[in-house]
Design a protein around this ligand. Structure first.
Ligand code: SF4
Length: 250
């Protein structure tokens, strides 16, 4: 399988996302982002199926039912937040209402928390249900790129994030997350941001829970964000943009 270069993926992701503009609607943005997801997922599959990757890189320990890493702040772009809101609004009403309630309940507890305090609170993502991501097909790019080679690190990070962070800084603990998928999905995200830039849309760094809550509570804000008639509320922005969007894991 052909493993594309990062520049190729970035440019193609930007081209796929740009198809939603200039007459962007939430539905057009959702369809364009789905194409970005396909490109990025195929790129990662192609990368990990190469002989050199399989013979030199430790295997991913991630598996269905393991959600240790889904207890921290997740950063998303405007199209990703819109994609998730469109997905939830299309669910059967009882399922959509239950999901929206989980989002509101989590946001009430985590809104505005710095990355480290969010991780210390050990609150599961609102979309984590019985150990699995309930929005798997539209999950954020940052989530797609996180692959651990050692579940015990993920468990330790959940149980004692401060100690793991200190160990990483001192070099006594080695990071266990694969760089290759992070790179692939970061390139796809950069393509999305590039398309936003050329469409004249601000590339806000949004906090997943708060941003999706805003769009579920006020659906008209999806179009307003895309037309630059309204900015996300400050509560929806990543609280400490200096920190990485995936907290202590990078
Ligand atoms: S969106 Fe899904 S994959 Fe990402 S943190 Fe939440 S449950 Fe985990």
């Amino acid at each position: 399988m052909f493993a594309p270069t990062s520049g190729f993926l970035l440019d193609n992701a930007a081209r796929a996302m740009a198809a939603a503009f200039p007459k962007a609607t939430p539905e057009r943005v959702a369809a364009a982002l789905d194409q970005v997801f396909v490109l990025a997922d195929q790129s990662w599959e192609a990368t990990r199926s190469t002989v050199s990757f399989r013979s030199n890189i430790a295997a991913s320990a991630c598996k269905a039912g393991c959600g240790w890493c889904c207890h921290q702040q997740v950063g998303v772009s405007v199209p990703e937040a819109i994609r998730i809101a469109v997905h939830i609004r299309a669910l059967p009403s009882a399922e959509a209402s239950a999901m929206a309630e989980r989002v509101r309940g989590l946001d009430d507890q985590t809104n505005g928390l710095a990355t480290s305090r969010r991780a210390a609170g050990k609150q599961p993502c609102a979309f984590l249900v019985e150990g699995a991501c309930s929005i798997y097909t539209v999950r954020p790019l940052r989530c797609r790129g996180l692959h651990s080679t050692d579940m015990s690190f993920c468990v330790a990070s959940f149980n004692d994030p401060d100690s793991v962070k200190a160990g990483l800084e001192l070099g006594t603990i080695r990071p266990v997350f694969l760089g290759a998928p992070q790179h692939v999905y970061d390139q796809a995200l950069n393509g999305v941001l590039k398309a936003l830039h050329f469409a004249g849309i601000a590339d806000y760094g949004l906090e997943l829970t708060a941003a999706v809550r805003e769009l579920l509570d006020q659906p008209k804000r999806m179009a307003a964000w895309l037309k630059q008639r309204a900015a996300p509320k400050s509560a929806a922005l990543v609280p400490d943009p200096g920190a990485d969007l995936r907290g202590q894991f990078k």
